[in-house]
Write a protein that binds this ligand. Structure first.
Ligand code: HEC
Length: 224
């Protein structure tokens, strides 16, 4: 007992001194912390490894660890629009139900992001294409035979990755909304392919109003 209490007495002043000393040392030598012999930016070059790259290649056979359900996007049809055969799919993924809500959302997003160039009916005659920005190529006409026969996944893919001179909308449109826009493009195509004689009088009467706005609000837009 006595020995240990003496030790304690002896140790305290010594460790306090050491702590103060190391604080002083640290304060004096902080540039060492600023200039560290480490890689500061990812994929920075380095003379440490023979291949001149700081980043090491993945070990062959490395698999992604799926930490959270839904986090792994590389192999997932919902995010790539590719089926197991690596071809673009022609249907909505199971997570996106085909219902009025989906189509309403698709129409809303389409009118915001796509109609300025592609036009509200999808005929490629949006305001920008007609008289604004000089596009190097005319925007695609969704009603054309060639675009009509594309699988649904193609529209998702064009929104995600761009197409020719059209740039990608991936940063602005969430994957779920891309599918909803794709579904709405099909609605536009279907609506434009129906001969007038096949539309019932009742449907024609409905079309007299503005389908975009509820009846009460329709009057507001008339003066514009
Ligand atoms: C700034 C104008 C602009 C906007 C906005 C725009 N596009 Fe395009 N889009 C184009 C142009 C231009 C092309 C033709 C590109 C080419 O052929 O090089 C095109 C082509 C396409 C095509 C046809 C691809 C094919 O198979 O020929 C699709 C589908 C398409 N766009 C979908 C969309 C969707 C969906 C949106 C909204 C999310 C959108 N675009 C927004 C300009 C635009």
């Amino acid at each position: 007992m006595r020995i240990s209490s003496i030790r304690k007495l002896n140790f305290r002043p010594v460790s306090a001194l050491a702590a103060a000393g190391s604080l002083l040392l640290l304060a004096g030598c902080h540039t060492d912390m600023w200039f560290q012999p480490k890689v500061h930016k990812s994929l920075q070059e380095s003379d440490f490894f023979a291949d001149g790259a700081s980043a090491r290649k993945l070990v062959p056979g490395t698999v992604v660890h799926k930490a959270t359900e839904g986090e792994l996007r590389v192999d997932n049809t919902t995010y790539t629009a590719l089926g197991t055969d690596k071809k673009l799919v022609d249907q909505l993924p199971a997570e996106i139900p085909l219902n009025v809500e989906t189509l309403r959302r698709g129409r809303e997003r389409f009118n915001i992001y796509c109609s300025p160039c592609h036009g509200r009916s999808g005929d490629g005659k949006g305001m920008i294409a007609m008289r604004g920005l000089a596009l190097r190529k005319a925007p695609g006409n969704y009603l054309s035979e060639s675009i009509r026969k594309q699988p649904l996944g193609h529209y998702y893919d064009v929104i995600s990755n761009g197409f020719g001179v059209m740039y990608s909308y991936a940063a602005r449109i969430e994957p779920a909304d891309r599918w909803k826009i794709a579904a709405y493009i099909r609605v536009l195509q279907a609506a434009n392919g129906i001969p007038l004689k096949d539309i019932s009088e009742e449907e024609k009467a409905k079309l007299e109003g503005n389908p975009e706005e509820p009846k009460a609000a329709a009057g507001e837009g008339e003066g514009k």
